[in-house]
Design a protein around this ligand. Structure first.
Ligand SMILES: CC(C)(COP(=O)(O)OP(=O)(O)OC[C@H]1O[C@@H](n2cnc3c(N)ncnc32)[C@H](O)[C@@H]1OP(=O)(O)O)[C@@H](O)C(=O)NCCC(=O)NCCS
Length: 172
């Protein structure tokens, strides 16, 4: 099941409730997304889709299989002039669809966009130290660890996770 390559398209504002619900489902397991379920908001997701489309300095993609959205990912440019060559990556493959090549397909498409966009020179991301699957995917695509903030997330009494900062240089 799920071995066919997903099709990738630009996200639309009306996708926002489904994408937010999928993020809430993923966030129920601590140690993957940083946000907790009640911190993920339909309007914020819609706002990001609209803003990236209007500004054109980033891209918001969804992956579909048989007409069903199975994952989403986006790159957003940092806001200061001196950091405008940097985009920040977010990715979420939806529950039940992980480990089937959707994440790699979304990453490949985002990186194709980044490499074809002369303004983009660096792709950055943050990943929880507990998220071995994500770290393996990023490393396989050439991302390197640039630093680590220890015990940055507190997911329970006396339970902490580090945040790892990774990046890929795509510029000249
Ligand atoms: C992390 C995530 C993006 C990976 O996407 P995915 O579709 O599940 O992964 P893929 O099937 O594309 O596999 C990509 C790579 O991940 C690694 N991988 C896959 N399953 C794995 C597992 N169970 N354990 C360790 N590594 C694994 C492999 O290196 C694989 O490479 P391959 O193509 O050579 O097999 C996805 O699982 C996800 O969104 N998870 C929940 C939210 C999340 O963690 N987001 C990232 C926050 S930084």
């Amino acid at each position: 099941m799920g071995s066919d390559a997903p099709s990738i398209r630009n996200a639309r504002p009306e996708d926002a409730p489904l994408l937010a619900a999928a993020e809430r489902a993923i966030a129920r397991v601590p140690g993957r997304l940083a946000s907790r379920p009640d911190e993920i908001d339909d309007d914020a997701v819609r706002g990001t889709i609209v803003a990236l489309d209007e500004r054109g300095d980033g891209i918001y993609l969804v992956a579909e299989r048989e007409g069903t959205i199975v994952g989403h990912a986006f790159l957003e440019a940092l806001s200061l002039a001196v950091t405008s060559h940097v985009v920040r990556l977010t990715i979420a493959v939806h529950e039940g669809h992980q480990g089937q090549g959707v994440g790699r397909a979304l990453m490949n498409e985002l990186l194709r966009w980044a490499r074809s966009n002369p303004r983009v020179e660096k792709v950055e991301l943050q990943v929880r130290s507990s998220n071995g699957r994500a770290i393996a995917l990023y490393r396989s695509l050439g991302f390197v660890e640039e630093g680590r903030k220890t015990r940055r997330l507190k997911i329970g009494p006396d339970v902490y996770i580090d945040d790892i900062y990774m990046a890929l240089w795509v510029g000249p």
